[in-house]
Design a protein around this ligand. Structure first.
Ligand code: HEM
Length: 367
């Protein structure tokens, strides 16, 4: 049975102009489309004339969006099914699990980067794509993945994140139906889980946008500043003091690079394992100003191999932040739980979830 398009689209609140918008966006990403008329059923199936095919493969992209089919990702048609009649592919939880599994596989395979894992830089990508959110204007946030474009890709805070974006390109090619904004946030989830952190529930539904949606520079925190700056940046997103401290615990992973931000070194001795070590060391170590030519950063008195940023030190200098640092230093489970809650919130800031996106999913870790 074929339904005329307008009959179905109107009740679902989807407009043909919305359809055109998405086609334009993906054209920028280099896809070639066939703007075939398609007939779309409420539950996400489409039957369309069989002339629609992509030069890339048997898949043809049909610009049907999330609201349309109750799912979050782009919908694809395949000529293979139903004897030449094309059908729409609606990604399921299993499909997103496959994306997760591929990221996890690559994390293990590509172990020559930095301290042996791309995980930390993936986590930083997911944070920087989300942390531009402004609750007052509703702009920025993970929806859009606008860091693909200048000027956002060139913002000083984002230097080095090209490594994370390039790491994920083969994954995007393998699963071309996923939006970059869903892919980048899912990569953050995979990084935390695969490096031994808590389980992070995640849901799809982000839509990519073009460069006109790039947030202005200056929305991410500046490491040389103190508590008022941290509060100004994180309150703007809608976080409180406890959440600021919990999220900062991500610095258990990775390191700073002089050629990216000017800072140097890891925060703890296991930068590829997600732990509460960042907090334990903050509380238990003595931190000295590092004597060097670079920007002000702190080094541990015992080994002089670790580092803290001024904003990290602000967490034990501020009377409201410090009790949370101490709680997390004492109890890893509490840190894992409160980090999870704050990180889930971070990845979802400003995203208008619909359909499948109403439910969060938990993805299985690699063996
Ligand atoms: C509180 C304010 C924050 C400041 C000022 C800050 C600043 C920085 C700086 C300067 C670096 C070094 C980057 C480099 O040179 O490569 C860094 C790395 C990192 N940050 Fe933050 N950050 C903050 C919060 C966060 C949050 C909320 C997360 C995640 C939830 C996060 C995750 C990371 C990770 C994983 C790295 C290591 C990246 C790598 O190894 O390449 N940071 N951060």
């Amino acid at each position: 049975m074929l339904l005329p398009r307008r009959t179905v689209l109107r009740p679902l609140g989807f407009s043909p102009s919305g359809l055109h918008f998405r086609l334009c966006l993906h054209n920028q990403a280099g896809f070639v489309f066939t703007q075939t008329k398609a007939y779309i059923f409420k539950r996400g199936f489409t039957i369309a004339p069989s002339s629609a095919s992509s030069p890339h493969s048997k898949w043809a992209l049909l610009g049907a969006g999330v609201a349309l089919a109750g799912t979050s990702a782009f919908l694809f048609m395949s000529e293979e099914k139903f004897g030449g009649i094309q059908t729409i592919f609606v990604p399921s939880k299993e499909d997103y699990q496959n994306v997760y599994t591929e990221i996890a596989r690559l994390l293990i395979e590509m172990d020559e980067y930095d301290d042996g894992s791309y995980g930390p830089v993936l986590l930083r990508l997911s944070w920087h794509t989300s942390g531009t959110y402004d609750k007052t204007t509703g702009t920025g946030g993970s929806n859009g993945a606008t860091m693909r474009f200048a000027p956002e890709s060139d913002h000083g805070a984002n230097l080095g994140l090209v490594h994370a974006r390039e790491f994920l390109e083969p994954v995007r090619k393998m699963f071309p139906w996923i939006t970059y904004s869903d892919l980048w946030t899912l990569a953050g989830v995979a990084a935390v889980q695969e490096l031994g952190g808590p389980t992070i529930p995640w849901r799809p539904g982000r839509q990519d946008a073009d460069s006109t949606a790039c947030p202005p520079d200056g929305r991410l925190p500046i490491a040389s500043k103190g508590p008022p700056h941290l509060r100004a940046i994180f309150y703007r997103m809608g976080f409180n003091d406890r959440e600021i401290v919990a999220l900062s615990g991500a610095h258990a992973l990775g390191r700073a690079h002089t050629d990216r931000t000017g800072y140097e070194g890891p925060w703890d001795f296991s930068p590829t394992v997600f732990t509460n070590e960042f907090f334990r060391l903050l509380v238990e170590e003595e931190w000295l100003k590092r004597e060097w030519d670079g920007p002000l950063q702190y080094t541990d008195k015992t080994t002089k191999t670790l580092m803290m940023l001024p904003t990290d030190m602000a967490l034990i200098e501020d009377a409201e932040f410090k009790p949370h640092v101490e709680r997390y230093a004492r109890d890893s489970d509490v840190f894992f739980q409160e980090f999870t809650d704050a990180f889930v919130k971070l990845l979802e800031l400003g995203v208008p979830f619909k359909g499948q996106g109403r439910d969060r999913w938990v993805f299985e870790r690699s063996e």
